[in-house]
Design a protein around this ligand. Structure first.
Ligand code: HEC
Length: 130
């Protein structure tokens, strides 16, 4: 019994080692895929939140060109604006600004919106205007 068990245990041990090294080799690309899809999921989430904020707070002006506000999807009107970068546009939307076409109130006039909510809405507007 002792004689047959030892090699058996040994080969089981080796098999386990092999498995461990094999699976650890596979884990890292899987992890990368995971973080990649997590990033995508986070971005989708951000867009969905931005869309909801946009529709209830910004669309009133922006969907109908009120006071010279650029309509999302109007590529010509967004092209130059987008050149300054989403961060700058978000900052201007949070603080309010006067442009060539008109004035936008801070946070579109809704002071209860957080910086993140306004930024998400800008992110959404830019995404559908590219
Ligand atoms: C009362 C009308 C009004 C509302 C509500 C409004 N905007 Fe605007 N927005 C404007 C006008 C007008 C401009 C264009 C000003 C210009 O370029 O002359 C503008 C421009 C912008 C721009 C372009 C910025 C740039 O640098 O060219 C962004 C981004 C923007 N708004 C985001 C938002 C977001 C996000 C909301 C909702 C939270 C919002 N706006 C709500 C009137 C509005």
């Amino acid at each position: 019994m002792k004689i047959t068990l030892k090699p058996l245990l040994y080969s089981v041990f080796c098999g386990l080692l092999l498995l461990a090294s094999c699976s650890s080799g596979e884990v890292s690309p899987n992890k990368e895929e995971l973080t990649e899809s997590k990033k995508e999921a986070a971005e989708e989430q951000r867009l969905a939140e931005g869309k909801a904020i946009y529709e209830s707070n910004c669309a009133g002006c922006h969907n109908s060109d009120v006071a010279g506000s650029p309509t999302p999807g109007d590529k010509a009107d967004w092209k130059d604006r987008m050149a300054q970068g989403v961060e700058v546009m978000a900052k201007k939307s949070i603080q309010g600004f006067e442009g060539k076409k008109g004035v936008m109130q801070p946070r579109g006039g809704n002071s209860t919106l957080s910086d993140q909510e306004v930024t998400n809405a800008v992110f959404y507007m830019v995404r559908i205007s590219q």
